[in-house]
Design a protein around this ligand. Structure first.
Ligand code: 5GP
Length: 179
């Protein structure tokens, strides 16, 4: 089996096979089905990278539940912190709900910290984070809500299964790391 791919002339090697990803997602869903029984959770996926993970995860969830999609935009603002974030498409019906945020990858954790702060403003009943990939060595902030992790991976750039390298590679079925 050919295990290396090129994306934008950069070489990547196989890290996680499609079957391995699918099996792990089934186990994550089983855990969610148990934990959220009778709770009608609201799953909020963070675009773009989580689109395949969210789709495959939802196929294994057998609870009554709702789904929403948000996108985090970063602007280079004029304030002192330099960068301003905006959560586009954030639902406004979060108060009192059990929220599960579905993310492709947590790297520094700064994006997730921002999303959690925006969600907290609406006073949900509970919030959990469910990420397919997690780079523990890159984490800069604590994320106590991180209850569901697919794979802990080394602090290396990865591509495939929804994740891109400069726009390309989201349609790769496996996950690859930079060589
Ligand atoms: P954080 O705010 O945790 O540093 O970064 C989160 C976002 O950075 C992810 O949602 C993803 O878009 C991007 N990201 C972080 N690490 C990687 C990576 O290894 N590969 C790709 N394709 N995106 C990454």
């Amino acid at each position: 089996m050919e295990t290396n791919v090129q994306v934008h002339n950069k070489e990547f090697e196989l890290l996680l096979e499609e079957d391995t990803i699918a099996k792990r997602i089934r186990l994550m869903a089983i855990q969610l089905n148990v934990d959220y029984e009778n709770r009608n959770p609201l799953f909020i996926a963070v675009l773009n990278g989580s689109f395949l993970f969210m789709a495959d995860l939802m196929k294994e969830i057998n609870l009554p539940c709702e789904t929403e999609f948000i996108k985090v935009a970063s602007y280079h603002g004029t304030n002192s912190t330099g960068s301003v974030k905006d959560a586009l498409g954030m639902p406004s019906n979060i108060k009192g709900r059990d929220i599960v945020i579905v993310e492709d990858i947590i790297d520094t954790g700064l994006t997730m910290q921002y999303i959690l702060s925006e969600i907290a403003k609406q006073e949900p009943a509970s919030v959990s984070v469910c990420t397919l990939l997690f780079k523990p060595d890159a984490l800069k902030v604590e994320i106590p809500e991180l209850n569901y992790v697919g794979f802990e991976i080394p602090n290396e750039f990865v591509v495939g299964y929804g994740l891109d390298y400069d726009g390309l590679g989201r349609n790769l079925n496996h996950i690859y790391r930079a060589v």
